[in-house]
Ligand binder design. Sequence first.
Ligand SMILES: Nc1ncnc2c1ncn2[C@@H]1O[C@H](COP(=O)(O)OP(=O)(O)OP(=O)(O)O)[C@@H](O)[C@H]1O
Ligand SMILES: [Mg+2]
Length: 223
Amino acid sequence: MTSPVVLQAIGLTKRFRDGPREVCPFRDLNLSVSTGETLAIVGPSGVGKSTLLQLLGGLDRPTSGEVQFQGAAFSTMTDTQRTELRNDAIGFVYQFHHLLGEFSALDNVAMPLWIRRMPRSIARQQAQAILARVGLADRLEHRPAQLSGGERQRVAIARALVTKPAVVLADEPTGNLDREAAGRVFDLLMEGVRNQSSALVVVTHDPALAARCDRRYEMSRPD
Ligand SMILES: Nc1ncnc2c1ncn2[C@@H]1O[C@H](COP(=O)(O)OP(=O)(O)OP(=O)(O)O)[C@@H](O)[C@H]1O
Ligand SMILES: [Mg+2]
């Protein structure tokens, strides 16, 4: 049985115009990811991996083509619908964690649940459970500045997973970690998405990590 497609890019083109200069990282790109599938995006620096992830998450608009989430094009949604969809169904992990510095690890992870109006005590319980799963049960009240780089990335992964999104988009989630820490953080991400059957699209420079995904999508410069 084939799994349903969660996210699909159809004929996706992105052009940035900066005065007379124009950068077109990709043209007519087609890509899809299905429920529970893990997909690695690989390719040299500047090829458009982060740009693609932004488009897949509905954070930016393509120049042409479209991104469909479970068959519905982002371009047909209102801003509110897009924001709600992102909060409900998409988890983001950024290269530099983007955690809120004033908040504890626990509150950073509980935040997406509060935004969904989940009662505070239940949100904190769920956040605590997922932080325990990524090995941070004894770091709940630490603020990001009091955590190591690998610990911060684990908090960011817990935050992306806590809402059990249909898809997790991760941009170099292990890019600033040493090899061993990167491997461990990547394991937690893979285990997390597999446990809850989320699809994963992960950008990585590391071929060994990319090889652990079900599929790889290689980006190269258009001529
Ligand atoms: N807002 C923008 N305005 C103009 N050009 C941009 C903008 N964002 C990205 N670009 C250009 O688009 C290209 C792709 O950038 P992107 O960040 O997607 O690359 P990347 O593959 O993620 O690279 P890296 O591996 O270094 O993170 C780059 O040449 C970049 O200069
Ligand atoms: Mg990038």
